[in-house]
Design a protein around this ligand. Structure first.
Ligand code: ADP
Ligand code: MG
Length: 674
């Protein structure tokens, strides 16, 4: 399996080099280069008589080719294909390529050609533009009369070349050790590989696919279980405290904790008291009050005698946490420090042991001077950080207890993958004093009405966010925002408006946020820099321009900035999009449930985004989809758990193959994240 392709004497060296450039270095790489789709070449489709949205796969003879010029730039290459059967009455199929020069060199009259694509009608002929195609030559056993695999191919490595090489590899494949534990699936690994490449039937293909999905899910769950076992094996510290600091803090707090907050705090407290290191995810919709819970836990840690740190993804957010904490905590009780790239601040003197609570941005990763004995780590909006960053902060202490927080709700099977090595606590209740949020989609042309509506609320003492979709914060975008800013200033005069975007100097940014926080300024015209965490309960209106350009989850996060006080709140989604393109946004009008929104979002985007390696630190998936193959994911997880339950360190001889698999995943992940 690990044999290098460059050392196979039957592969010409320059071909091996091409394969290597394509990412295929070993026999195993090749075997795991799964087909992208299949063509059933035992029976081709009939020549199409009209348009169709499903692609057809037909085989015919080239009866005519023509190269044409369209104007001075465009070139067109046409091929007319006829069905081979002499009695066929079907009309010929026209295939067209625009500006693709190499095709012309490959196709000639008299050849047999297989084409695949969506037919449409142009004038009197039925045609396929830019079909996938393959010239039929004489190797019938590999390429024809079977369910034929179609691979990702590249220049110099055609479909047929890759298929021939794989056929040879599969034919001479040695018996391979099975990678699944007995009981999960019976099919031998080698047979699954043979069948995924050259299936004997649709049924055996389905069985092979199932096996290989289980295989990669199992590898993933094994990796996760190993990571968890590793954490648990480290000697942690017990952080137990009577909770005096905590009760003094809670007395000062202007509200009491919700039942969900109390429950979650209890879960965290139990973890902290135990000697094994905590690694827990606190998961709660926007506005559910995660920060207060984190602070309570940090106070417990401080009382038990160590330092606690909280890392936030943006300067603004770190500032805000710092301000809140300063307000809530009695200076005689706790010392507090802020560390961001732009600012260092210590709210009071502390001894050589350093501040007790440290709040900051990524700057914390590089500032080991503040840490003398970091025992508790909180990572806010954890999905905004990469695995290495998280590891680095944790590394500032000695097996500290770790709490990561996120507002992105995800379905169960994805959670058991992404967060499989964490214990999960959920805040499933919003604080009671929340005003309702009403969400409405409005056409761009209604901006004057929207402005009047905002003005009315500002006059009544409220505040508003006006958000622009400036993804890049490029120079051009900034100019656009500045222009819009002038317009809004005019429309809302004499209310004080301010402009906030990613390019503003950190100190200026803080000042702007502070003025908005105290109510000195009334409207914030901003980019999505305000997406995460900002908390100004008096702001009850959010107008989002070009809402169609944002993702659903992001809109939900943005909307989470309002509805934080007792006032009724309004979210206005402005868009030029026509009615039929509004389906996505309508979800937001219908529901405020982050879970439902996240699921819709996932369905629209696919899970790839979330499972991205750098963020998740997981091995990649080639075949399986944790959402649609969720039953297999659950089975794989159970099998991995059972294995570790029987043999926690995988010491037994028969489990060596699993240790090898884990080592392999680790290597893969390391190469991805670095
Ligand atoms: P998120 O979970 O989105 O991070 P925050 O921690 O920012 O939410 O909390 C949102 C707002 O709710 C803050 O203003 C916070 O002070 C307030 N809050 C938190 N817990 C409660 C509670 N139990 N009752 C009332 N308000 C609360
Ligand atoms: Mg938050």
């Amino acid at each position: 399996m690990n044999e290098l392709l460059s050392e196979c004497d039957w592969i010409p060296p320059q071909r091996a080099r091409l394969l290597e450039r394509f990412g295929l270095v070993t026999i195993e790489d090749l075997l795991l280069h799964f087909p992208r789709r299949y063509e059933d070449r035992r029976q081709f489709d009939r020549f199409p008589a009209g348009e169709s949205d499903t692609p057809v796969c037909v085989c015919g003879t080239v009866v005519k080719t023509a190269a044409k010029r369209l104007g001075s730039w465009k070139r067109l290459f046409e091929v007319v294909l006829e069905q081979e059967d002499a009695h066929a009455l079907s009309q010929p199929l026209l295939c067209r390529w625009f500006n693709v020069h190499f095709v012309q060199k490959m196709i000639a009259t008299g050849q047999r050609l297989i084409v695949y694509g969506k037919p449409k009608v142009r004038g009197k002929s039925v045609c396929i533009d830019h079909p996938e195609f393959e010239v039929v030559e004489d190797e019938p056993s590999v390429h024809m009369n079977r369910i034929t695999p179609i691979y990702r191919a590249t220049e110099g490595l055609s479909q047929r070349v890759i298929r021939s090489i794989l056929h040879r590899v599969v034919e001479s494949m040695p018996e391979l050790e099975d990678r699944l534990p007995p009981g999960l699936d019976k099919l031998p690994f080698a047979e699954a590989l043979r069948e995924i490449h050259f299936p004997r039937s649709h049924e055996s293909l389905a069985r092979a696919r199932r096996h290989l999905i289980l295989d990669e899910f199992f590898s993933m769950q094994l990796f996760i279980a190993a990571r968890r076992a590793e954490t648990l094996a480290q000697p942690g510290r017990s952080h137990s405290a009577p909770g005096k600091l905590l009760s003094r803090f809670q007395e000062k707090l202007p509200f009491s904790l919700t039942n969900a907050q109390k429950r979650v705090l209890g879960e965290i407290r139990a973890d902290m008291a135990s000697a094994r290191p905590m690694s827990r995810l606190l998961h709660g919709d926007v506005g559910s009050g995660k920060t207060v819970v984190a602070l309570c836990a940090m106070l417990l840690a401080v009382e038990s005698g160590c330092q606690a740190a909280l890392m936030a993804p943006t300067q603004i957010l770190a500032e805000q946490h710092y301000l809140n904490f300063s307000r809530w905590l009695d200076p005689r009780d706790v010392t507090l420090a802020l560390r961001t790239g732009a600012r260092k601040e210590d709210n009071r003197f502390f001894n050589e042991a350093g501040p007790q609570i440290i709040i900051g941005t990524h700057a914390l990763l590089y500032d080991s001077a503040v840490f003398s004995d970091l025992g508790f780590v909180v990572i806010d909006e954890q999905h905004k950080f990469g695995v290495l960053q998280k590891a680095r902060l944790i590394g500032q202490g000695k097996t500290p207890d770790v709490l990561v927080m996120t507002a992105t709700p995800i379905p169960r099977t994805l959670a058991m993958t992404l967060y499989g090595d964490l214990d999960v606590s959920t805040l499933d209740e919003l604080p009671a004093n929340r005003g309702k949020i009403i969400t409405a989609i409005r056409d761009e042309s209604k901006t004057p009405e929207a402005a009047a509506f905002i003005r009315k609320h500002l006059e009544a003492g409220r505040q508003a966010y006006i958000v622009y979709p400036l993804i890049e914060d490029s120079g051009k975008d900034i100019k656009a925002a500045a222009r819009e800013f002038e317009k809004w200033k005019e429309a809302l005069r004499p209310m004080r408006c301010e402009l906030l975007h990613g390019r503003i100097e950190p100190e200026e940014k803080d000042a702007i946020m502070r003025r908005f926080g105290t109510g000195e300024s009334k409207a914030l015209i901003a980019t999505s820099v305000i997406e995460v965490g900002i908390d100004v309960p008096n702001a009850n209106i959010m107008l989002i321009e070009n809402a169609e350009r944002f993702g659903l989850a992001q809109l939900h996060q943005l909307r989470g900035r309002i509805g934080r006080g007792e006032h009724k709140s309004y979210c206005i989604l402005m868009t030029p999009a026509p009615e039929e393109e509004l389906e996505k946004l309508r979800v937001l009008e219908r529901t405020g449930d982050g879970f439902e929104i996240a699921e819709t979002d996932l369905r629209l985007r696919g899970p790839g985004d979330i499972l991205g390696a750098a963020q998740s630190g997981l091995p990649p998936l080639r075949l399986g989809d944790p959402l649609s193959d969720s039953a297999l994911m659950i089975a794989a997880r159970e099998a991995a758990a059972a294995l570790f339950a029987r043999d926690p360190l995988l010491e037994r001889r028969e489990n060596k193959r699993f240790r090898d698999l884990i080592a392999k995943s680790k290597k893969q992940v390391l190469s991805q994240v670095s």
